[in-house]
Design a protein around this ligand. Structure first.
Ligand SMILES: [Zn+2]
Length: 199
């Protein structure tokens, strides 16, 4: 019953989108396969594709020379986010300085533009370097989660072998699994095996 093969390891398009919050989907770009932690970001292209899936690359492009920097910076941001979110979950106050550094790099300025109805609207235009522009909204999502998020709704999948996180937006707030199709079913199958006495 248990799935042994994994289809998530090679294609960044298959990175799980189960977090229901950008900051938690950020953590979910690392997952457990068997006993191993697997980084689903193996290149700057992977990071760029992931940002694209979250609609965060509008108008932004990345030069080949910047791909490596993007990968390094994105991994760094993810590591800080993981530490802060895990500490928060454990009732501890983490060091927010590294996160603030990412936020500080994400400079923008207000601009007046004409919208599709011919009306003037004010919008903010990113002014930082391309990598900081791309990662700024992700850093902001982490900051938003830590300051506005409801701690009880920030949950780690209940399956002991899973390291995925999600924001529980269900009405009953009883969501337990990253996905019913994978971990929920793995759990049900294990319970069933216990009940019928097989292992
Ligand atoms: Zn899970």
């Amino acid at each position: 019953m248990e799935k042994t093969e994994t289809s998530t390891s090679n294609n960044p398009g298959e990175i799980p989108m189960v977090g229901d919050h950008l900051a938690l989907d950020l953590l979910n770009t690392e997952m457990r396969v068997g006993n191993e932690s697997v980084d689903l970001w193996r290149s700057g292209k992977d990071v760029y594709a992931w940002l694209g899936r979250h609609n965060l690359v509008a108008g932004a492009s990345i030069a080949a020379a910047e791909e490596k920097i993007l990968l390094g910076q994105a991994r760094e941001l993810r590591a800080h986010a993981r530490q802060l979110i895990e500490q928060w979950k454990n009732g501890q106050m983490g060091d927010v300085q590294p996160l603030n550094k990412f936020l500080d790099l994400y400079t923008s300025a207000p601009q007046v533009m004409t919208n599709e109805n011919g009306r003037l609207v004010m919008t903010r235009v990113a002014k930082a370097d391309p990598v900081a522009n791309l990662l700024g909204p992700v850093a902001e999502a982490v900051a938003q989660l830590l300051t506005d998020g409801e701690l009880d709704l920030v949950k780690k999948c209940a399956h002991p072998e899973c390291i995925l996180w999600f924001y529980d937006r269900t009405k009953s707030h009883k969501r337990r699994w990253c996905s019913m199709a994978s971990c929920g079913n793995r759990h049900k199958a294990a319970q069933f095996r216990k009940k019928v006495g097989t292992t």
